[in-house]
Write a protein of this length. Structure first.
Length: 489
């Protein structure tokens, strides 16, 4: 150890000017450093006993910590929460949203739903965790070696289920795997088997909550639709009654696609008038042809419509041919030629009389046809007047019918929707899929293995012992050197 000269020890240190460590007189040799690697190794050699004690003490504390802290057993599982891609019924209350922002919000909401109160309460009640010591009011989720330093909390008077829910929520960890729909859920308890059971129940409770969300939505929608359905039914009934009453008051019978009675009458009268007009034209044409004088007083052949007249015309033609043949051979006074001429006159007379009777018959038909056309035209005019009168009422009737049809269609839509929502209450479909089932952990998750803690404590004690030995030696050297880092000359 370096010692000051006697004369320098008698004077106060603060009266002398401290020399700079870097200033050395020209030609002088620098003094040995105050701290060197050799001195550090020497200090460590002399303090090896203390270092060993610190190392052993650290290892012992690590083993004591491993033995005193209650173990935790963590079980994990992976579930897949893709967005809904299919429809069970044609008109579901919720439809899939393909927008990325909406899907992110959906998966984020479901992640928060895992640790919601309903899911935790179902899990606690099904597993009866309120009666398990590590979950009830006396449980401590962060036991350690220094629990005695914590302030004592008053005994809780809360419901045991609520306390168990709070403690269970602290032990659940939910994490989404990157930007996928895969979600990892981990849970730790003091027992490996209990970790698996509670985690499985938690997944089932989460599935039930997802299904209950859809079922509750269907119940609410069905109740709201049912309340509105009665009002719509009454409105549709009143609209239909208004249409019937208006038809009765205005004599507008519903004949389907043919329109009202008056419109149908106009159509029928038009058809009958066209037929009567055609018949009148035919009769008039026959009368004109029959009235035309023929050669030798014989009517043309195309006007013959009487059997008697046809027979007489046939006899006349035969007799006329015989007469012409005889006239070529014999003279005008030939007896047979004279007889034939007389017969032809007789036939012409009979044919004239028969033609007159035919004209009288045709005249009767002509009068009947003209009367029929006149009557039908009168009836058609009256029907058209009635149709013109009904146009204003028909416009109002159409408005009432449209109103009735709209209300009936709306009522039918609501009635069908009520049936669909009622059925959806009975259908519980969840898109949750368990990818990896929870399994018992092979070893505890906390604290680390005893050997690892012992080695860690040993290394920590070793480092602490080295630091303490060096610090004590350095303190002594600096104190003897008046707290200077260089040697005083």
């Amino acid at each position: 150890m370096y010692e000051y000269r006697a004369e320098k020890r008698t004077r106060p240190v603060f009266e002398e000017k401290s020399p700079r460590a870097t200033d050395h007189p020209r030609g002088s040799t620098p003094a040995d450093p105050l701290i060197s690697a050799a001195k550090l190794l020497e200090w460590l050699r002399r303090g090896v006993l203390y270092i060993a004690v610190f190392a052993l003490l650290g290892g012992a504390l690590g083993v004591a910590f491993a033995l005193s802290v209650k173990p935790r057993y963590t079980s994990s599982m992976d579930i897949l929460l893709p967005p809904p891609t299919g429809q069970v019924v044609p008109n579901e209350l919720t439809t899939p949203n393909i927008q990325s922002d909406a899907q992110i919000l959906d998966i984020s909401s479901k992640l928060l739903l895992i640790t919601s109160g309903n899911v935790l309460r179902r899990t606690v009640e099904q597993e009866n965790l309120q009666n398990v010591p590590e979950f009830n009011s006396a449980a401590e989720t962060q036991e350690g070696l220094f629990d005695w330093l914590r302030p004592q909390r008053p005994v809780s008077v809360e419901d045991g289920t609520v306390v168990a829910m709070r403690n269970l929520a602290k032990r659940i960890k939910v994490a989404r795997q990157g930007g996928t729909y895969l979600v990892s859920i981990s849970l730790w308890t003091r027992d490996a088997g209990r970790s698996v059971e509670v985690l499985s129940t938690l997944a089932q409770s989460f599935r039930e909550e997802l299904e209950a969300t859809q079922t509750d939505l269907a119940k609410s929608a069905s109740a709201a639709l049912s309340n509105r359905l009665e009002e719509l039914r009454e409105a549709a009934s009143q609209a239909a009654s208004a249409v019937v009453k208006f038809r009765q008051d205005n004599n507008l019978q519903n004949l389907g696609g043919t329109g009202s009675v008056n419109i149908q009458s106009v159509s029928q009268l038009n058809t009958l008038l066209n037929a009567a007009s055609q018949r009148l034209a035919d009769v008039q044409a026959r009368y004109r042809r029959l009235s035309q004088p023929g050669t030798d007083g014989v009517v043309p052949a195309d006007t013959l419509d009487s059997p008697t007249l046809i027979s007489l015309r046939s006899q006349y033609s035969v007799l006329k041919q015989q007469y012409e043949e005889l006239a070529l051979t014999y003279g005008a006074r030939y007896p047979k030629l004279v007889s034939t001429r007389a017969q032809l006159g007789t036939l012409r007379t009979e044919m004239a009389r028969e033609t007159e009777r035919s004209l009288q018959a045709i005249q009767v038909d002509l009068d009947q046809a003209e009367n029929s056309v006149t009557t039908l035209r009168t009836q058609l005019d009256e029907a058209q007047k009635r149709v013109s009168t009904d146009d204003t009422a028909q416009v109002e009737l159409q408005e009432l019918e449209r109103n009735s049809q709209a209300k009936s269609a709306l009522y039918d839509t609501f009635l069908k929707r009520v049936g669909e929502t009622s059925e959806q209450q009975q259908i519980s479909v969840s898109n949750l899929r368990i990818v990896t089932d929870p399994f018992p952990p092979e070893k505890r998750s906390w604290p680390p293995p005893t050997l690892l803690l012992a080695i860690g404590g040993l290394l920590a004690g070793l480092v602490l012992g080295i630091v303490c030995v060096l610090a004590i030696r350095l303190y002594a050297v600096l104190r003897d050197n008046n707290w200077r880092f260089e040697r005083a000359s």
